[in-house]
Design a protein around this ligand. Structure first.
Ligand code: ATP
Ligand code: MG
Length: 312
């Protein structure tokens, strides 16, 4: 544990959510809550107010990191953006690093969250919110490109947000063909076909499938190229034929895993969610559902569950 004082001369404040005072930028840096290829995320606590934040510290001289700063900064310009995107408090830099100080999500990423702690009503709430967040981002003309369970975080009262915006691109930008995590990449990307927002829809389907079954649906379908001996990310292949042949199995698995332990009432909600997942996992991106369709579908079918819909 150590303290960091952003008032010192070497730091430069690029964005602040409100006017800063002399003492407001001193934090106690607590444990690491995550680290990836591009940065380290620590929980930090303001010395004066004791308010908790997450701080993502990233090297400056890297495209993805600079991109994330630009994207978060642009989100902060949109009214009420924090209903969809983690609230950003400060963006700071020094000679070598960016520091993004944002809202802290107590339960961390969904890949580490035990989903049986969530009842189906709240699960539906999470799915609905994720769809609305993706719609918000697509409405800005942006594609997330790296949606996966690790990049979905959960806070108190089932507050859910997508994090990690370093791979964001504009629609039609060819960058979307080279970014993302192999197991969440849509099949058309492996054929170097740009599908824009449909790439995120596919990744949403895979993420939700994995979240509720604890099994990744494409384990034997996205594989390392047997011809390659480098085991590089670029040597990952999508077995198109195998996916198409096995889709019925993939469908049956999700039903099988859920069927036997649920009461009928819960089953109704889960069937709805399974339906959404399978719409997202449509192989042909032209036929794949869109966020607008999903929202209509949810509105049509969730009236009966209205009691559960209270937003964060
Ligand atoms: N605001 C937050 N609240 C709680 N946990 C967070 C927060 N931001 C990040 N984390 C945790 O830290 C992990 C890493 O953060 P993030 O995904 O932003 O960086 P990264 O994975 O290093 O970036 P990249 O995927 O670009 O390599 C996340 O998976 C999540 O578990
Ligand atoms: Mg990440």
């Amino acid at each position: 544990m150590y303290a960091i004082n952003f008032h010192r001369d070497k730091f430069n404040i690029l964005y602040t959510h409100k006017k800063i005072t002399n003492k407001s930028l001193i934090f106690e840096v607590q444990h690491i809550i995550g680290s990836g290829n591009y940065g380290i995320v620590n929980k930090i606590v303001n010395f004066i107010t004791k308010k908790e934040f997450a701080m993502k510290k990233m090297e400056k001289y890297n495209y993805t990191n600079r991109n994330e700063v630009v994207v978060y900064d642009s989100f902060t310009k949109i009214l009420n953006y924090h209903k969809y995107i983690p609230k950003i408090y400060y963006i700071i830099n020094d000679d070598d690093y960016y520091y993004i100080i944002m809202e802290y999500f107590e339960y961390g990423s969904l890949n580490k969250f035990y989903k049986d702690d969530i009842n189906p009503y709240n699960l539906l709430l999470i799915v609905k919110k994720l769809i609305e967040i993706i719609q918000f981002i697509h409405n800005q003309g942006l594609i997330i490109n790296d949606l996966k369970l690790e990049n979905i975080v959960l806070g108190k009262n089932f507050k859910i947000r997508i994090i990690d915006y370093g791979h964001v691109s504009a629609f039609n930008d060819r960058l979307q063909l080279t970014t993302g995590s192999p197991l969440y990449l849509a099949p058309e990307i492996f054929k170097r076909i740009i599908s824009n927002e449909k790439k995120d829809i596919w990744a949403l389907g895979i993420s939700l499938y994995e979240f509720i079954t604890l099994i990744h649906p494409l384990e034997n379908i996205v594989i390392y190229d047997p011809e390659s001996n480098t085991k590089n990310k670029k040597d990952i292949i999508f077995c198109h034929q195998k996916f198409l042949e096995n889709f019925t199995n993939i469908k049956n698995n999700i039903n099988f895993i859920l069927d036997y332990k649920l009461s009928l009432h819960n089953l109704k909600i889960l069937k709805l969610i399974i339906n959404i997942i399978l719409k997202c996992m449509q192989y042909n991106y032209k036929e794949r559902t869109s966020v607008d369709n999903l929202i209509n579908f949810l509105n049509e079918h969730t009236n009966q569950f209205q009691q559960s819909v209270n937003h964060h």
